[in-house]
Design a protein around this ligand. Sequence first.
Ligand code: NAD
Length: 376
Amino acid sequence: MAFADRGQSVVLCDTNARAVEMVNQGRMPFREDGAQELLPRLVAGGRLTATLEGSALGTAEAVVVVIGTPVDEYHNPDVGAVLRALDGASEHLVDGQLLVLRSTVYPGVTALAEKRMTQLGKALDVAFCPERIAEGRALDELSSLPQIVSGRNPRAVERAASLFRTLTPEIVELLPEEAELAKLFTNTWRYIKFATANQLFMIANDFGLDFERIRHAVTYRYPRAADMPGPGFAAGPCLFKDTMQIAAFNENRFTLGHASVMVNEGLPLYVVRRLEQRYDLSTLTVGILGMAFKGGSDDTRSSLSYKLKRLLSIKANSVLCTDPYVTGDPELIPLDEVLARSGLLVVATPHPEYLGLTVDVPAVDLFNVLGRGVMV
Ligand SMILES: NC(=O)c1ccc[n+]([C@@H]2O[C@H](COP(=O)([O-])OP(=O)(O)OC[C@H]3O[C@@H](n4cnc5c(N)ncnc54)[C@H](O)[C@@H]3O)[C@@H](O)[C@H]2O)c1
């Protein structure tokens, strides 16, 4: 959409028939700030179309690959995901095209992609230009963030840089392996910071103190600690799996990464244990506010709200869930109903709708959206 908005002609080639149909009707298949306003204009103007037909790739000057790259159920990265997608598309790729990998990939995949293309007899300029936007803020950040560009030869770098200069003036050049690690380090850095805050929260909480008051004092007019995040469920489709990609790359010797997984994934268990100490959960209806993995999002992938729900479903009398953005979960009910029927609430996602909400039952609020502190 950003490329089309800058005047390029763009074809989205996807295997998801529903998404393709929705896009061609000018409807966004997921939430992104500003996207639902922009999409119909681009589709009506003929600059953006979606298709299931791989043959559409043949006329493109640049092919950008942005398929999902999750870890499997045993947390192993699927190194072959991008390569398999390229195999599937290879009959439509044409000599001389620029092939930009934009998915977050396991280190070395860019080189493997070029090798695979050569084996298949395709002479392409292969680049790796990682996506670093925060989900939900893509349209703004694609033009406000510098773009990391790398390529398997100087012409690939030059062509990819000129493509992304249509979005943003600042290009940072790296070698492909450096760029692959730069993207993984970006997400892992964030994940470790969240884990640090979550562990400090648990230490303060176990000592009977409100971490939010301490964090305010630590960060207040003290630039060296200004980026200390608040506590909260830290998950979603990127941070965890990218931490696991580095762990696999480093022969499972990623002490800080593994420790962060234990802390962040352990937070719902900690919350439930603390609640058990204070309440007889077996008699209580517990309401969970927010099922998306982060505030303002409709994305439930790897959301810890669902882990919390599973844990509470075993312990509590009943569990009610609500979310203003999530669609497609038939068990969600309206907020008013959850507030009316619950004897205990957990704010699991800091959606703006919950800011300053008045509730008249006890509430666990790690994100402090109710403004009453974060003690559990
Ligand atoms: N979502 C984000 O905000 C974000 C931010 C930074 C980086 N990333 C990275 O971008 C990549 C994509 O993430 P996502 O969240 O958009 O994933 P996603 O799974 O939501 O979307 C991938 C899309 O690719 C399509 N697809 C899968 N295989 C295909 C194939 N062979 N041919 C054509 N289409 C195919 C899917 O149908 C889907 O529409 C990942 O590597 C992720 O780590 C995502």
